[in-house]
Design a protein around this ligand. Sequence first.
Ligand SMILES: Nc1ncnc2c1ncn2[C@@H]1O[C@H](COP(=O)(O)OP(=O)(O)OP(=O)(O)O)[C@@H](O)[C@H]1O
Ligand SMILES: [Mg+2]
Length: 255
Amino acid sequence: MSYTIALAGKGGTGKSTVATLIIRYLTEELGKSTLAVDADPNSTLGLSLGVKVDSTIADIRDDVVEKKVDIPASMSKDRYIEYAIENSIVEEKKFDLLTMGRPEGPKCYCYANNLLRKYLDKAEQSYPFIVIDNEAGMEHLSRRTTNDVDLLIIAFEATIIGVHTAARITELLGTLPIEIKKKVYVMCKVPGKGASERVESEIASSGFEVSSRLPFDDEIYDYITSGESLLGIKSDNTVYVEVKKLIASSINGES
Ligand SMILES: Nc1ncnc2c1ncn2[C@@H]1O[C@H](COP(=O)(O)OP(=O)(O)OP(=O)(O)O)[C@@H](O)[C@H]1O
Ligand SMILES: [Mg+2]
């Protein structure tokens, strides 16, 4: 069975950045085969991993539902979908990447989500780690893109809205039939002077503890603005070092 790490949080907080650094740590430093899943319809994980994505689950859904492909007579629809999903996975040396993509029209999310979930159930047998980068907000949690999760990372910015969103995600989690073994709160893009007192007091009254504080980082900014893969940042980059600490302690069962 895989150890599944998923990310949740408001848009633009730093989820994909953190997911990319986790994937680097798991594959390069722990040598673990990892399935990276971009479950955000506005796919960007491939970009930050430096991987070109040609086909997505949404494409497969559109092909099948809108009958844009002729499924061979010898193949059932389910078998064809399984085969097409396997083909859509980009295999890199150290990780594989599966991309959800954007299905056409809101009603189509259900079908594409089911395909993703079914595939993830199967992938549990093959990968020691699965890292799921989710879309912004809480929609995906309600739609249950994310199955049971060993570690949910709730990313939020050092702002009042950021803290409120993290608190709302926490409330929503309590109402969903998803098993989350552990959840941690990660403050992202923290300014050099630290979070304001007001933000700290909002966190205290929201009742959650921050496991990791990732500073706003110039090297990450430079990488992202030059369009290069974030996998290339220095191994002693402060944000990377913090992400490593967080994942190491989480997977070793420390609090
Ligand atoms: N610690 C950091 N230092 C500097 N820039 C950062 C940091 N973390 C994230 N960023 C930048 O902030 C922007 C948003 O980050 P990212 O794409 O990781 O967020 P996201 O939560 O995945 O967003 P979305 O919800 O749109 O998918 C990116 O330009 C990214 O490079
Ligand atoms: Mg993202």
